[in-house]
Structures are given as structure tokens and as C-alpha cells.
Design a protein around this ligand. Sequence first.
Ligand code: BES
Ligand code: MN
Ligand code: ZN
Length: 492
Amino acid sequence: MNVEFLAADTRPSETTALAVLAFEDGEYSPGAEAIDGAMGGALKRAVGASRFTGAAGQTVSILAPTGTPAGRVLVIGAGKQGAFDARAAESAGAHAWNAAKDSGSEALLLVMPPAGPERQAHAALGIRLASYRFDKYRTTEKPEKKPSVTSAAVAVADAAAAKAAFAALDGLADAINFTRDLVSEPANILYPQEYARRVGELTRLGLEVEVLGVKEMTALGMGSLLGVGQGSTRESQLVVIQWKGGGSAAPIAFVGKGVCFDTGGISIKPAEGMEEMITDMAGSGAVVGAMYALASRKAKVNAVGILGLVENMPDGNAQRPGDIVTSMSGQTIEVLNTDAEGRLVLADAVWYCQDRFKPQFMIDLATLTGAIVVALGKDLAGVYSNDESLAANLLAASEATGDTLWRMPLPPQYDKLMDSHAADVKNISGGRAGGSITAAMFIKRFVNGLPWAHIDMAGTAWKPNSTVPTIPSGATGFGVRLLDHLATKYEG
Ligand code: BES
Ligand code: MN
Ligand code: ZN
């Protein structure tokens, strides 16, 4: 849903849901005071007759009020007024959307307090993120099941200033929603070549996109990545995205796991829940979204995004447990479990990244292990890093964006757990203990000592029952904002 900015005195119509903010401790925004005055005090009486305290997310809905043409007035709880920062404004915008969307009203008009263009713009971002829907395949959905609200606007004192502040955030919303689309697409539609084609269209934003196929990857010696894809009829792809906004500085680099579908391969997964493995490319999706965001705000940084795109299938030509492959780094890998495929894809993708681009640092993102979900649950992604300043910057970006990270360890004594008797390294430790850590220890062997971070986001890419106001159930877009925000630290 696109969001417009309108003047504070915009007259609502009968089909409008007019949303105003109220804070905890009985404080009302000027917009709420004004509409309460026009309604002869009915707004505060309605609030008084309810359990509304102003806590974030609470709403009171007043139908057919007198004193305003709006068919509905929504009072949106915005939390403590002193804590009403950009993120709180974003949540308020999202809550306003969520309260209005199925109400029967056709337009949302959110009246923002004079809190400055930044917070006003973030309220609009909240609406854009909350109103995302992946409904392209729902051909028989009845109109009354679709959201009734078909337009959204934020009313502010200075619409031009808010609009200017919103430009970069609008691009960020486009980026996050682009990533959500990629993650939501089923695997029969979004296979590696189709994925690469869609990324190729982003040259319209000024990104440079190159696509390597099996022939090119074979020439580079990427036996680890290619082994994963060899059981699929869909050709594996390595996509290289570049944003050149930083002059001659060394780039920052993001590398994403793009397993378009993970059956487990010959080490096949159980049927139950396997459909969720359409999201096993979400790490690469975050990389695409971050590059999209950087390009749309013309970030003053050089950035490289690398996507390792494969489909992990069982087949007569599939890789077997016990196979030994040679990675681009020269290290041989004993593949003891074909379902530990993400790390095999990343081994070649991160090696290629450091070899070709000599970046300042690399961050890889992957829906890598069920073990990280056991360790951290579904709201936190694990972050591993060999570099304290990169780790600190990532944790700060996590704090600022709400893409929540929790630091995990890289214990040197666990490195030997990945030693193989038959090859240089094996792709599983052999036990379940510390499964996300041992996966990180595996990838670490392919980063060639560069400053590096690894984000295991298996728990956070997909929320079937989201309770976060800015995240509709489904693909979260996790990681896009995190990387976009992190990049600001490295801009010239
Ligand atoms: N794609 C999965 C991890 C995953 C699990 C992502 C749940 C999202 C939700 C990954 O490729 C995988 O299969 N990992 C195995 C590793 C094991 C074989 C060492 C796992 O976690 O069981
Ligand atoms: Mn797997
Ligand atoms: Zn996987």
C-alpha cells in the first residue's frame, strides 16, 4: 500500500477511518484533542468507557461519530509520550493500519502529532510494512475477505517535509516487500534462474548484476556449491550484485544462502512442514533487499551482494552421503549429510567473495540450522563474528532496526569437530550438540581470515502467526533493514 502525506486539516469522508494517537498516562495528541473537541467530548468518553490506557497497540473504534464527516474514528495507543521515537511511530502507523484494514472503511487517514518529519515518515513506513500481502495466487478470494482499506495517508502540519523525510524509507519498504515476495514465492515459480532473472531487473535501480551458471562455476572450481544443486533439473546460479556509491573504497560484502527449496536431498527431510523450505533462500533474499535499499537511497558506499542459488533435491544424479567434493578454496569436503547443504553453498560463495572483491568485511546470512531455533527461539537470529568492531556495529544495527540478533560464540576448541578422516573437513560434526555453532565453525574455514560475521536466521525468516505490528504473517523480510542500517556506518 502506498502512503501519501496530506495537510493536517484534510477533511475525511464518510468512508474514511480517521486515526489519532493517544499516549499512556492520559495524554492525547493534538489531533486527538481536536477531534474530541469537534465531537463534543465523545472521543474521551468512549476511551473512558473502555479499558484503553494508551499502551502501544490498544485501539478504541468509534463508529459514525457526530462532529466529523469520518465514518469511523480510531484512537490508537502509542505508548509513553516520552518514548515516542521513530520505531514507536512506526508501530503506531502499523497499528492504525491493522485496526482499520478490515473495518469496512475504505481509506485510512492517520493524523500525526507535530513530532517532526522523521517520526511522521516512520509512521508511514509502519503502514507500508503492515499492509504487505502476498495474495497473487488467491484468484477466488471474496472481496469481503480482502482488506476494505484501499488507500492510506498521513496528515501532518508540513506535508512536504514529511514526504522528503519519507523518500529513503519508502525505498526501504519497497526493498523489504521485494524480499518478502521472493521468500513467499513457491519453489516451482522461484527456482534459481527465475530468481536470478528477477534480481537482474534491479539494474533499473542502478545496481550491476552478473549471473554465473554451472559452466562458469565449474571453471571456478565451485564443487561444493555445485554438488548441492546437481540433483535438481533447475540449473544452479551464482548472482553477483554491485552497488558502486563509494568511490574507490573497498566494498562491504553480503553473502546469502539461496536454497530455493530444501528437500534435504538424499538425506531427505520428513514430509511434515517440508513446504516451509520454500523459505530456505531467505538469507539471499535479505541480501537482495539490502542491495535494493542501498541503491534506492543512493548510499555513499560500495557494496557487493552474492547469492548462492540452488535447489536441494533427491535424484539419480544427486550427491550422496559420503561423497567428497572439492571447494573453490581447494579444501576437500566430506558430505556426510546432504541436508547440511547451506554451508556447502556458502563455502564457495564466501570464498569467491573474498577472492574476487577483497572486501572490508563479509557478512553471510542463512536459514542454516534448526539448532539455532532450539537455542534462540523464533524472534532472535544468531550472530557469529571473528571481528569485535563488526559484531558491535551489527548489534547496534539490530537494536536500531528491530531485526534482533543475539551474539553466539566461535569456540576454537570446537573447530576440530569438523575435521574429517577422509577429507579436509566434513559438513556435519556428527552429533546434535551445538549444531548452529558447528555450522558456523564450518563456514569460518572458508573466510580466509577476513573480518566476517555469520547470521543464522532459520527462526526469524518466516512468521506463520506474527504478533509484530509491522510484520504480517508469512515472510518477515528479516535482515534487510539490519544490513541497510549497518551500511550507514561505512558510508563515506
Ligand atoms: N534449511 C535447513 C535449516 C532450517 C530448519 C531452516 C528449519 C528453517 C527452518 C538446513 O539446510 C538444514 O536442513 N539443517 C539441518 C542440519 C543438520 C543436517 C546438521 C538441520 O538443522 O537439521
Ligand atoms: Mn538442509
Ligand atoms: Zn537448508
